[in-house]
Design a protein around this ligand. Structure first.
Ligand code: RB5
Length: 150
């Protein structure tokens, strides 16, 4: 699994903590920026990471802004992306087991690093359950096909 990482200025410090974690765990990753705490638009960095997913360079993404909300809104504009803003381990677990979320979004202004790393660990290690949940994902894909321009 290769993980795309991206943040804006408000998520930069937390993203770097997550990057240290994935490096320590030997998880393949690509950092799509931003690379410092100068103010930028989260939209641009979500877009770079999602391009990494759509091109097949990365399998999953972890995006960090101030709240995780803006990043999630952008990521969910992409067909095939299921982005989940998560505030705790339970949400992270459910986002994988029920929603097969391929993008985790986090808030650098709301989560300390230790809590965020527990969320990341849970999210990376929880498998998708499939079964009844797949019928629901199929309905989401049908909505994408109906409403998204490609
Ligand atoms: C930046 O101030 C902030 O708006 C951004 O990081 C994010 O929280 C938006 O959703």
């Amino acid at each position: 699994m290769k993980v795309a990482l991206a943040s804006d200025h408000a998520g930069y410090a937390l993203k770097m903590g997550i990057k240290d974690y994935v490096v320590k765990k030997g998880i393949a990753h690509q950092d799509y920026g931003t690379h410092n705490e100068e103010s930028v638009d989260y939209v641009d960095f979500a877009e770079k990471a999602m391009d990494g997913i759509l091109s097949g360079d990365c399998d999953r993404a972890i995006l960090v802004c101030g709240t995780g909300l803006g990043m999630g809104i952008v990521a969910n504009k992409y067909s095939g992306v299921r982005a989940a803003p998560c505030c705790d381990e339970y949400m992270a677990e459910m986002s994988r087991s029920h929603n097969d979320a391929n993008c985790l979004t986090l808030g650098g202004r709301i989560l300390p690093l230790d809590e965020a790393l527990l969320i990341v660990e849970t999210w990376l290690n929880t498998p998708y359950e499939g079964g009844r949940h797949q019928l629901r994902l199929d309905k989401i894909h049908a909505i994408e096909r109906k409403n998204f321009k490609s």
